[in-house]
Design a protein around this ligand. Structure first.
Ligand SMILES: Cc1ncc(COP(=O)(O)O)c(C=O)c1O
Length: 423
């Protein structure tokens, strides 16, 4: 050791509640504390969500149970994640089998589950290639990068991304710029540049989609957070024709509406058009975090090694569980049930609206419905939860219903009864 070598002796580690020099010491130690409204909470968690009272401990089928043993019929399904419900025996077996294999080895080495999952998605869709990541926002961020990479091979200044009024694409910087929620955006400006929101009509979009500068248009075939709005088929087909003519990549964000939720494996199947890029997440891995970007060869071949990356994306554990989920959600009888029961469910919601006089509008398809109510949606969500039905909001006035895709008509009827009483 030279005379000038730094002293690498470690300082004794301070206790977790020891004061940090220059920082005001916490008044009370970190702990799990019951809050006044009965919510078990922790002062160590940074809460960015308003949590409902109580604590969920168990799930079975379409039901969740809290610590008090109270049973809830779950028409939130983890915000469109738990398509197979809770404790599904096939999913549990797939999780156990996956845990017996490799969990993670990094993307420096090949493992077989991700290629098998990619092949299953390619076989069932318009896509030629799939990139795996870890969430919905991450899938959309990657889709923007892939679209820009491709577009620059088409035109030097082609890089703009256009999203629609009412869109929700995530909360990272680029996806936030494509998300039409002023409250989510304003505190974080400046957002990523080159991303704008257009009104949801052909005239405005024809003006916004400049073939010289625009790389991609992103849309949700069924807008979820924006109030459950099924885009009009003719409108989507016109946008497909326009983007093709102007060589603009069309990205479908099917993170919420894809993988069976609308009664077809992919929502685009309803519209008779195919996108160039499609993003998936939520239900794909049965509750494990995973996102996927499906794309055509034309775009994929412009993406080179090093253009994008992820440590966890497409790991063997999550991919083998996702393969099970994708196979299950491709089952024609499950999809037919979602279509038929979903149409029935929508008619019942209309009836409830007429009977109660508390509903302004009913929108949706398959197992994805929104009802605009007179008053504040969160009041209905709170009252429904008290009565044993879990629902969520989509904006201030819309109550959103996202039952697991395995929900039977009898279970749907039970939920409708509770909702009607609450309204
Ligand atoms: C349509 C859509 N896109 C993107 C996202 C973002 O997904 P994540 O929360 O996994 O980042 C969501 C989440 O609600 C979504 O509904």
């Amino acid at each position: 050791m030279t005379a000038h070598a730094p002293d690498l002796t470690l300082e004794p580690s301070p206790g977790r509640n020891a004061p940090i020099p220059g920082v005001t010491s916490p008044e009370k130690p970190l702990a799990v504390v019951p809050a006044v409204d009965g919510v078990t909470t922790s002062d160590a968690v940074l809460y960015t969500y308003k949590r409902a009272p109580g604590e969920m401990v168990r799930g079975e089928g379409v039901y969740l149970f809290d610590t008090e043993g109270k049973r809830y019929l779950d028409f939130v399904s983890g915000i469109a994640v738990n398509a197979l419900g809770y404790a599904d025996p096939g999913l549990v077996a797939a999780l156990h089998a996956a845990a017996d294999g490799l969990v993670h080895v990094s993307n420096l080495y090949e493992t077989s589950p991700a290629p098998r999952l990619a092949a299953a998605l390619v076989e069932r869709s318009f896509a030629d290639k799939v990139f795996f990541c870890n969430s919905g926002a991450e899938a959309n961020e990657g889709a923007f990068k892939f679209a820009r990479r491709w577009a620059r091979t088409v035109g030097e200044v082609k890089h703009e991304i256009v999203a629609l009024r009412g869109a929700f694409h995530g909360r990272l910087f680029a996806t936030l710029a494509a998300t039409d929620r002023p409250g989510y955006r304003l505190p974080f400006r400046p957002l990523a540049a080159g991303i704008s929101i257009s009104e949801r009509n052909l005239e405005d979009l024809a003006a916004a989609l400049d073939g010289e500068t625009v790389a991609a248009l992103i849309l949700e075939p069924v807008q979820g957070e924006g109030g459950v709005r099924v885009l009009d088929g003719g409108f989507v087909r016109e946008l497909r024709a326009l983007t093709k003519e102007r060589r603009i990549a069309l990205i479908f964000d099917e993170i919420q509406c894809g993988l069976g939720r609308t009664g077809t494996l992919f929502a685009y199947e309803r519209f008779g058009v195919e996108p160039d890029i499609l993003t998936l997440a939520k239900p794909i891995a049965g509750g494990l975090p995973m996102g996927a970007i499906l794309l055509t060869n034309e775009i994929a071949q412009t993406i080179k090694a090093g253009d994008h990356g992820t440590t966890f994306g497409g790991g063997p554990f999550v991919s083998s569980v996702a393969l099970h989920v994708v196979q299950r959600l491709s089952d024609p009888s499950l999809l037919a049930a979602v279509r038929e029961n979903g149409a029935w469910f929508g008619r019942q919601l209309e009836e409830i609206g007429r009977r109660t006089g508390r509903v302004r509008a009913v929108r949706g398809v398959g197992y994805m419905w929104g009802i605009d109510i007179m008053g504040t949606a969160s009041h209905v969500v709170d009252a429904a939860r008290e009565a044993g039905l879990l629902t969520c909001t989509a904006g201030d006035c819309t109550v959103r219903l996202l039952p697991p895709l395995v929900t039977t008509r009898e279970e749907l009827a039970l939920g409708l009864d509770i909702l009607e009483q609450v309204l």
